[in-house]
Design a protein around this ligand. Structure first.
Ligand code: NDP
Length: 401
């Protein structure tokens, strides 16, 4: 039995807290801390009703290292699960180093002033984590996270060399709102409106935002227009699987979503540059976030499925081979189980399971790790049990040449 500190009480924090609470033999005591304590208390109440289990709650400013250190020292967790925002990754890693506690997150660090995600800031902690004898597990949501682990499974069991990787991410759900994002709007819009990028023959190729698109056939959903985006797992995957000749990431967007986004962009509402309004400096995208629905509020009436997977081409025993591995997740079933929509659920379950891997010793070793560096088997053996069953097809007819 271990103590776990979860930081962040948004859509994903809600799922992580529920899932940890449902596994008391591993997560013996739980503290959920976030900027707004009332959000932690609401989640704690739901857990009390559902599992008859009491979890502790606290307010914390995760931008403030001394405050984090004091909280960690008073609760003494075995691991900190960071499901606040990417802006807080480094401060939480600093606090973990100071207190010698394992760290896990689901999204890589982003500086507030530039919409840019790269692992370099977090990889720079490698030696310090090694010396402290603790682990930092980076990007353990679905994508990044399960998609990295799916790729590791393909490489371990089905290929001698993987050559072409296309990660395909579809949300075919309907929340009934005119425009909303499925996770933190600020982080989501920053991700989508930046240039696309993919890896080919040792080079990174830049595209205009959403410039390249094509239909992809998703299981149980059918063909959906999918747009090439840069996504952070590509950076670590091409390093850890150096046989890759090409690695790309695709995501679906509806015409309605893209039209709203285009208009918001055209009028400057997605900008991260401060503007003066009535003598006060505001950042348009932060203001927009205040207007848009809270992603967790979408859960109640959400219908349809998400489908995320990896289409892979490579060689085995000298012969070409294709492979597809994926999970489909139903929004309404997630709401039924933990009061969440599918995007929060598919992120929160792997975060809980990654922490379980660390606490049960299935994943070990001091240092900073991306999840594809661990053995994928124990994680994938349990992923279905915890709510995300996955499927694989050999000799799959890929959507890509
Ligand atoms: P939300 O915006 O719903 O929740 C974020 C939470 O973090 C809120 O409770 C917020 O508090 C809290 N928070 C923000 N700043 C601070 C701070 N300085 N100190 C303490 N708490 C803070 O986001 P989501 O739950 O949708 O997403 C959480 C994380 O998951 C994000 O990093 C996101 O990028 C990542 N993600 C990863 C995915 C993956 O597959 N890998 C997919 C989807 C999301 P308050 O309520 O007071 O604002």
């Amino acid at each position: 039995m271990h103590r776990v500190l979860i930081i962040g009480a948004g859509g994903v924090g809600n799922v992580v807290a529920h899932k940890c609470a449902a596994e008391p033999s591993v997560f013996g005591e739980i503290l959920l801390a976030s900027r707004t304590k009332s959000k932690c208390d609401a989640i704690a109440l739901s857990i009390q009703k559902k599992y008859n289990r009491t979890i502790q709650t606290a307010a914390v400013d995760a931008d403030n290292v001394p405050e984090l250190v004091a909280l960690i020292q008073s609760f003494q967790p075995a691991i900190v699960i960071n499901v606040a925002l990417p802006y807080q990754d480094l401060t939480i890693m600093d606090a973990c180093l100071e207190t010698k506690v394992h760290y896990l997150d689901t999204a890589n660090y982003e500086p507030r002033e530039v919409a840019k995600f790269e692992y370099k800031w977090q990889w720079a902690y490698q030696e310090r984590f090694k010396q402290a004898g603790i682990m930092a597990v980076l990007g353990c949501g679905f994508d990044p996270g399960v998609t990295n682990i799916f790729t590791a499974r393909a490489a371990k069991h089905f290929f001698d060399e993987i050559h072409y990787l296309d990660i395909v991410d579809c949300n075919a759900g309907n929340h009934g709102k005119a425009f909303a994002t499925n996770f933190n709007p600020e982080i989501n819009i920053r991700e989508i409106t930046q240039n696309g990028r993919y890896y080919e023959n040792g080079l990174w190729i830049e595209t205009k935002p959403l410039e390249i698109h094509q239909p992809v056939n998703y299981p149980e959903i059918g063909p959906r227009e999918s747009y090439l985006l840069y996504h952070e797992e590509l950076e670590s995957l091409v390093i850890h699987f150096p046989t890759l000749k090409r690695a790309r990431f695709w995501m679906t967007f509806s015409e309605n979503y893209l039209t709203h986004l285009r208009v918001l962009q055209n009028v400057g509402m997605t900008s991260i540059q401060p503007v003066k309004y009535k003598g006060i400096e505001i950042i348009p995208i932060e203001f927009l976030k205040a207007l848009l629905p809270d992603p967790s509020s979408l859960a109640e009436n959400y219908t349809g499925q998400t489908s995320i997977g990896c289409q892979i081409r490579g060689i085995k025993d000298g012969k070409p081979r294709t492979y597809f591995i994926y999970n489909n997740c139903d929004h309404a079933a997630c709401y039924q189980e933990v009061g969440a929509q599918g995007v929060s659920y598919t992120t929160g379950v792997p975060a809980m399971l990654g922490a379980l891997m660390v606490l049960t010793g299935k994943w070990s070793g001091a240092g900073v790790w991306n999840v594809e560096q661990f053995d994928p088997d124990p994680f994938l053996d349990l992923l279905g049990k915890y709510g995300l069953p996955w499927h694989e097809i050999l000799d799959y007819k890929l959507d890509f040449d």
